[in-house]
Design a protein around this ligand. Structure first.
Ligand code: DC
Length: 230
């Protein structure tokens, strides 16, 4: 694979990685992809088809029959376009139904294999800021800049609510907290590609930082990638 100056940003839901990654890509003038959208696309396919999300074989067949494709760039709400087969998917990716089941879908090793292959091929297009859970550990382990972004649960719930509101999805705070904690647990405890900081990742706690402060910090690392991770 070409060794572009990729930036890998991992962290739990609501840590700010989507907003930070997008803004950082604009600042650096490079591509941007939030890989969570790909797992969400597969979850949406399963929900629509009435397939049990814990049936890996059935979910995999669907994902193969309607390949998830990403077109980067463009002034779209997500910052990139998501397709499943010929159909373009939009804000329904962030609806409550998908958010409730997506961790189960993302825990299937063969589904992950499909998505990771696609993500790696996207990374051959040019330097990209890629956000997710396993970007620094699995997808782009050689990325010169790896960041693990965290924040308190309160801050994460607050941000996720705002992010969802911007996408036209309203959700009750206690429901969102419960959903987020359960998703964290599933993402951290799954045997394949669990959420954890990559070796050499820079840990950034964004609880008391503005988006711009986090972007500044990572842009500094991208300009001086030799700074050691902690
Ligand atoms: O970041 P998000 O909430 O859109 O992610 C949706 C789900 O996909 C979440 O349960 C974590 C999972 N995910 C993953 O397992 N690996 C990634 N690289 C990105 C997301």
């Amino acid at each position: 694979m070409a060794s572009f100056a990729h930036v890998a940003i991992d962290g739990p839901a609501g840590s700010g990685k989507t907003t930070v990654a997008r803004r950082l890509s604009e600042r650096l003038g490079i591509l941007y992809l939030d890989t969570g959208a790909m797992y969400r696309a597969v979850a949406l396919l399963a929900l629509r088809a009435g397939v049990a999300v814990d049936d890996e074989g059935a979910v995999l067949r669907l994902a193969r029959a309607h390949p998830v494709d990403i077109r980067l760039g463009g002034a779209t709400p997500l910052g990139f376009r998501v397709f499943a087969g010929d159909e373009e998917l939009g804000t329904e990716l962030y609806g409550n139904g998908v958010s409730t089941v997506v961790s189960v879908v993302a825990a299937h090793p063969l589904v992950r294999e499909l998505m990771v292959a696609r993500q790696r091929s996207i990374a051959t297009l040019g330097p990209v800021v890629m956000a997710g859970r396993d970007i620094g550990t699995i997808v782009l382990p050689d990325a010169p800049v790896k960041v693990f972004l965290t924040a308190s649960v309160d801050a994460r719930v607050r941000r996720r609510r705002m992010e969802l509101a911007e996408r036209g999805v309203a959700i009750d705070e206690s429901e969102l907290t419960a959903q987020m904690l359960e998703r964290d647990r599933l993402d951290r405890e799954r045997p394949v590609a669990p959420l954890r900081p990559a070796p050499g990742a820079h840990l950034i706690d964004s609880t008391d930082l503005s988006i711009d402060q986090v972007v500044d910090a990572i842009a500094g690392l991208a300009t001086h990638p030799a700074a050691p991770g902690r």
